[in-house]
Write a protein that binds this ligand. Structure first.
Ligand code: CA
Length: 224
């Protein structure tokens, strides 16, 4: 496991560029997944283990714009990475919901800085995560406090809480929750997910905010 425990998907069909990205990102402590076409990228996104996606726009099979739809559905922030530099493409990418837009050729230092900014903005790198009004998670120490008082969570309950904190207001599919917290080979998904979520939200008083979404899974909502 890398020090940062953050996985970045590189969806890029030019292997020279993908290599460069992988070397730079791995060197900075990120775990990298690579896809040389859109179908493969969508598969990797669906497995639910991606924290950030770098999407080339001109990709075989599914292009970057189509992949952005997958990212949005799955709650994965995305940065477009493309040779197309004109203003219209840039505006289109951002309007569709990309977090940022980088034009090739790019400086690696700039790329790393932008990756860091997006991860921070999406709450993926903060050491202390807060959930209003009174919950605080120290991710370095793995300590959860409610109103300043430590709450004892099991390892799975903690992983669940982290997943929801990093995907607020997004409906997460049971399958995705299961894969993310239990891994891809876990046999019996939904019942286990339900039980662990029920226990976790009770311990933290989140019964009204961590809500079941019919036929999908669960969503952590901001207070009204
Ligand atoms: Ca390309």
């Amino acid at each position: 496991m890398s020090a940062l425990d953050i996985t970045i998907l590189i969806a890029e069909d030019e292997s020279a560029i993908a290599n460069l990205l992988e070397i730079a990102l791995s060197g900075a402590g990120y775990r990298c997944l690579r896809a040389e076409n859109g179908t493969r990228a969508a598969d990797l996104l669906e497995r639910g283990n991606v924290d950030l996606a770098l999407l080339d726009i001109m990709l075989p099979e599914l292009d970057g714009y189509e992949l952005l739809d997958w990212c949005r559905t799955l709650g994965v922030p995305a940065i477009f990475l493309t040779a197309k530099g004109d203003v219209r493409d840039r505006v289109k990418g951002l309007r569709l919901g990309a977090e940022d837009y980088i034009v090739k050729p790019f400086e690696l230092m700039e790329l790393l800085a932008r990756v860091e900014t997006v991860l921070r903005r999406c709450g993926k790198t903060d050491r202390i995560l807060r959930l209003e009004p009174d919950i605080e998670v120290d991710t370095a120490g793995r300590v959860v406090r409610r109103g300043g008082v430590p709450v004892s969570l099991t390892a799975k309950e903690y992983e669940l809480l982290l997943l929801f904190l990093q995907n607020r207001n997004i409906a997460l599919y049971r399958d995705r929750i299961c894969e993310r917290v239990w891994g891809p080979d876990y046999p019996d998904g939904s019942r286990t997910v339900d039980l662990h979520i029920q226990r976790m939200r009770k311990k933290l008083g989140l019964e009204k905010r961590l809500v079941a979404v019919y036929k999908i899974g669960y969503r952590l909502e901001d207070p009204v």
